[in-house]
Design a protein around this ligand. Structure first.
Ligand code: FAD
Length: 596
């Protein structure tokens, strides 16, 4: 087995990973820093795919307090308020860094100020963007700077297991597979950042890049770390329906279309969002996706089984100018975004849940840091569009600042436990000893089970059904092998089969949490009522922890509302807001009870 040593190891090269690398290098250029990534640096992950833009309070009339309250309300009062405050306040610093230090060009107004567009669920137009393909601008500039600094790269390396020391109380390194050669690689490090970007790619319709399969969360769970908010999966309203033959189906066209006045229509050509929320198409993603799902369940669909978005009532020059990338993408799929109808369906987009962490990105395992979509707690029950890339760059930078300090104060190279390495290698190799199975059929069945029974709307019966299907899929997976071919090591077990395994890991956790957490997912747990669940959750529940992979367990703790005071809101006002929404479906919760 190949062995490497580096002071700081960063897993993933999205906004979180690359920002961490740059900040860590800036803090201490003498440290050796290595970015290990499943794809090619700068070419994989979802930060590159960011379309709409980056939320930050810059303009006159806006404020970080306002951004904070939009984030808290959009997240149904469930975001961790310290984390949310860190997000909105450091975003201001980060956007200036992106522009002035890293060289990003964002769109500007005629007077030279940064142009900020409308996104759903926001009380102020605050989404900074580069046309409608913002992520390419951000990730290209970040990657250039990482290359320029000579930071080490391990590309096409897949992390498969955290390796602790023999006493199990410290992180020694990470086991990886070099996906080009199939060779196992052990990287010892003093500090490790987990930034593999989550990714709900276990649903029939999903948006994230195919390299994201919840690997990091599965590794963290196996290492005994707490995951939180795992039942919170975001569905983006406007996933394209481009036919069963193409992976374009499920990928999104951006939220700014609704923000700029786009209409959603059902199969009969009627606008319907007004029936679900007074904000119509500009309600938050969770509400719009559920409204769409209700229309679909009522059979009010188009011939392709979905609904439509249209911009044809708007100024066509504006649509062409502001949404050039979206117009071209739709045209590639045979749709006319400017003057026609585009078939859309809600699609799994983002995991609000992830590894529990502190505002300095530390976790419960000394030496392990987490940032970006692998982390949980920033967004509560629903992430606002534009807060995702802000999250990964804000916390990636913070982790990059924190790790060199940690290395200086506590860092050492621990001796990895050889038994843990052997067990992980054996697990990766196991499928080679079995007759080849039809992995794609298992994956397709998983997509269907997740979409039908653990999707936008769930209830106790559907979750029970899903549990049975997942047990059956797991049994099939356990007996399905992969062909070793000429190169026994080059089997890409981790890439192919492991991907499925880890999805199932994610699914199992997901199911366990859905079953155990009773209140706060009322928005999706149909049997628990639309609003009541959330607010019961918001008042009573803050943290869901799923235990180890073998014995998942859930814990709850009260929501802390104090952070809202930092935004200039009195505690009582905040509480009354919560109760105002909660009351219709949540009789019995008193003001007194709500503060607990
Ligand atoms: C189509 C699309 C559009 C979006 N638009 C917006 C938007 O307009 N505004 C917004 O705020 N957010 C948007 N988002 C969300 C946003 O992209 C993410 O929230 C954010 O970029 C995540 O950053 P990250 O660094 O955590 O992960 P990513 O950028 O996804 O990076 C994860 C990295 O980890 C690597 N990796 C994965 N597994 C392993 C492994 N086992 N070993 C090693 N490396 C691994 C991947 O290859 C990748 O390099 C969008 C997402 C999608 C999919």
């Amino acid at each position: 087995m190949k062995k490497l040593k580096t002071d700081i190891l960063i897993l993933g090269s999205g906004g979180a990973g690359l920002f961490a690398a740059l900040h860590a290098h800036q803090r201490d250029p003498k440290l050796s820093i290595t970015v290990a990534v499943k794809g090619l640096l700068g070419k994989c992950g979802c930060t590159r795919m960011v379309q709409g833009g980056y939320n930050v309070a810059l303009a006159e009339g806006d404020s970080v307090e306002r951004h904070f309250m939009d984030t808290i309300e959009g997240g149904k009062w469930l975001p961790d308020q310290e984390l949310a405050w860190t997000l909105v306040s450091v975003a201001v610093e980060r956007i200036h860094e992106l522009e002035n230090e890293l060289g990003c060009f964002f769109d500007r107004n005629p007077d030279g100020t940064v142009h900020q567009k409308a996104f759903a669920g926001q009380t102020f137009d605050r989404t900074v963007h580069k046309g409608d393909l913002t992520g390419i601008e951000i990730i290209n500039r970040l990657a250039e700077q990482v290359w320029a600094r000579g930071i080490n790269r391990l590309e096409e390396h897949r992390a498969v297991e955290f390796i602790k020391n023999s006493s199990g109380d410290a992180l020694a390194g990470v086991l990886m597979i070099d996906m080009r050669s199939g060779e196992f690689v052990l990287v010892q490090a003093q500090a490790v950042l987990l930034a593999t970007g989550g990714g709900p790619t276990m649903y029939k319709f999903h948006t994230p890049s195919g390299d994201k399969t919840c690997d990091g969360m599965a590794m963290a769970l196996r290492a005994g770390l707490t995951l939180r908010d795992m039942e919170m999966v975001q569905f983006h309203p406007t996933g394209l329906i481009a036919g069963a033959h193409t992976r374009i189906t499920g990928t999104i066209i951006e939220e700014g279309l609704r923000g700029s006045g786009g209409y959603l229509l059902n199969g009969a050509g009627e606008r319907f969002m007004g029936n679900y929320d007074p904000r119509g198409e500009r309600a938050t993603r969770d509400i719009v996706s559920r409204g769409m799902y209700e229309e679909m369940r009522a059979g009010r669909v188009g011939p392709r089984g979905g609904l439509y978005i249209t911009m044809r009532h708007l100024d066509s020059a504006m649509v062409r100018r502001m949404f050039k990338g979206m117009v071209e993408r739709c045209a590639d799929c045979g749709f006319d975004l400017v003057s026609g109808l585009v078939d859309v369906v809600p699609t799994a987009h983002y995991m609000m849940g992830g590894v529990a962490f502190a505002t300095d990105c530390t976790t419960d395992l000394p030496g392990l840091f987490v940032a970006g979509e692998d982390s949980g707690g920033v967004h509560g029950a629903n992430r606002l569009g534009g807060n995702g890339v802000a999250n990964s760059t804000v916390f990636g930078g913070i982790a990059g600042d924190a790790m060199p300090q940690w290395v200086k104060a506590n860092g050492e190279f621990h001796e990895p436990d050889p038994h843990v390495i052997d067990a992980a290698v054996a697990c990766c190799r196991a499928p080679l000893a079995r007759p080849a199975g039809d992995l794609n059929a298992i994956r397709e069945a998983l997509y269907e089970a997740m979409w039908d029974d653990v999707g936008i709307v769930r209830d106790a019966a559907s979750l029970q059904r899903a549990a049975g299907k997942l047990d059956e899929l797991e049994a099939r997976l356990d007996s399905a092998g992969v062909e070793s071919g000429d190169h026994p090591e080059q089997h890409h077990v981790a890439f192919h089969l492991g991907e499925h395994l880890e999805r199932l890991d994610g699914v199992r956790r997901h199911h366990a949490s859905d079953d155990l957490i009773f209140g706060r997912i009322g928005g999706v747990r149909q049997d628990l009522g639309q609003v009541g669940g959330w607010l019961r959750g918001a008042v009573a529940v803050d943290d869901l922890a799923v235990g180890d992979a073998e014995h998942p367990c859930a814990k709850i703790r009260p929501v802390a509302l104090e952070g809202c005071q930092a935004a200039g809101r009195r505690h009582q006002d905040v509480l009354h807001d919560v109760l105002r929404v909660a009351r219709p479906a949540c009789a019995g919760i008193s003001d007194q009870g709500g503060t607990n």
